[in-house]
Design a protein. Structure first.
Length: 315
């Protein structure tokens, strides 16, 4: 079973407005409301790939009830740690060919609430046969990167592969703790540049040098998203260039989460390097071809999987 962790889930609301009028009334007919947060996008795609998945995290209030209710409607197994504080809304206004986002920060959690989740999570690991763990997104206010470190430590103790999808100081704090073992991360070049505090150019030899640095020594897989240009990946001491076909992009939001889902499913299946990379890129592509965030059409999987080209780079 793949377990997904979302510590700051949300209700994702999308408003479609043909022409957004500022300082005026905008009436909306097409409204979408989805159980959101990066980890829940991962959850839906894993489920669509016919793999067993369990969603966990921290939520509360009426918005938390909406999230659990929608997951239940989709028959997705869930085991959240519930608090009294209200979960958050994240609003996307689709207008004039653009997307404007209004993101609530969510509840401020106490150390005791963080510890409560850790106890909940530890019991979850004890009572379920967990094959892969994914951890996605930013942390709610009040919690530090230590909680991610503690979650990873619990997984490491049981030899459960960990796919970590976060960024900034949270990612740096985890990577700089060399007592932790991480199976996969998937930064894009902007996130990698910010992490390393350098401007990364277009020379693959520079990419190799950075990924061979001490910060990444305990990371088995590093998959750098390059958008329409595919990906550059490192697995242990092997490097790969991944090319993807041209596609019609409808909604790119959630494609990184869908990529994480593909990575997790392939890790669970113990796939070859080539199959893992092709699966990850295919799930990411399929998400961009759909209007709904964190969603793929599995019927299109084989067609686009066949079009992904993986090349191992040798010295």
């Amino acid at each position: 079973m793949i377990v997904t962790v979302t510590l700051n889930p949300s209700v994702d609301i999308s408003y479609q407005v043909d022409n957004l009028k500022m300082d005026d009334v905008n009436r909306v007919e097409n409204v979408g409301k989805t159980a959101g947060g990066k980890g829940l996008n991962v959850t839906r795609v894993v489920d669509l790939l016919d793999s067993q998945v369990l969603a966990t995290g921290i939520l509360g209030g009426t918005l938390g009830s909406f999230i659990t209710g929608q997951l239940a409607e989709n028959t997705i197994t869930q085991d959240f740690f519930e608090i009294e504080k209200e979960s958050r809304n994240c609003i996307a206004i689709l207008h004039d060919g653009q997307q404007t986002e209004i993101l609530e920060s969510g509840p401020t959690l106490t150390v005791e609430e963080g510890d409560g989740f850790l106890n909940h999570f530890k019991n979850l690991l004890e009572t379920n046969d967990v094959s892969v763990l994914t951890i996605s997104g930013s942390l709610p206010k009040g919690l530090s990167a230590d909680i991610y470190k503690k979650i990873i430590t619990l997984a490491n103790e049981k030899n459960i592969p960990v796919v970590l999808d976060t960024s900034g100081s949270t990612l740096a704090a985890v990577l700089d703790d060399h007592s932790l073992k991480i199976t996969a991360i998937k930064p894009n070049f902007d996130e990698l540049s910010a992490l390393e505090n350098v401007k990364i150019g277009d020379n693959p030899e520079d990419w190799k040098r950075i990924l061979n640095g001490p910060r990444f020594k305990n990371v088995e897989w590093i998959i750098i998203s390059m958008g329409a240009d595919g990906a550059f990946a490192k697995h242990n001491d092997r490097f790969y260039q991944v090319e993807i076909p041209k596609i019609k992009v409808i909604n790119p939001v959630g494609s990184g989460d869908s990529t994480v889902a593909g990575i997790a499913v392939s890790l669970e299946s113990k796939d070859s390097d080539e199959k893992l990379l092709k699966t990850a890129m295919t799930t990411g592509m399929l998400n961009t071809m759909e209007a709904q965030t964190g969603f793929i059409n599995p019927e299109n999987f084989d067609e686009y999987y066949a079009k992904v080209i993986v090349t191992e780079l040798t010295d």
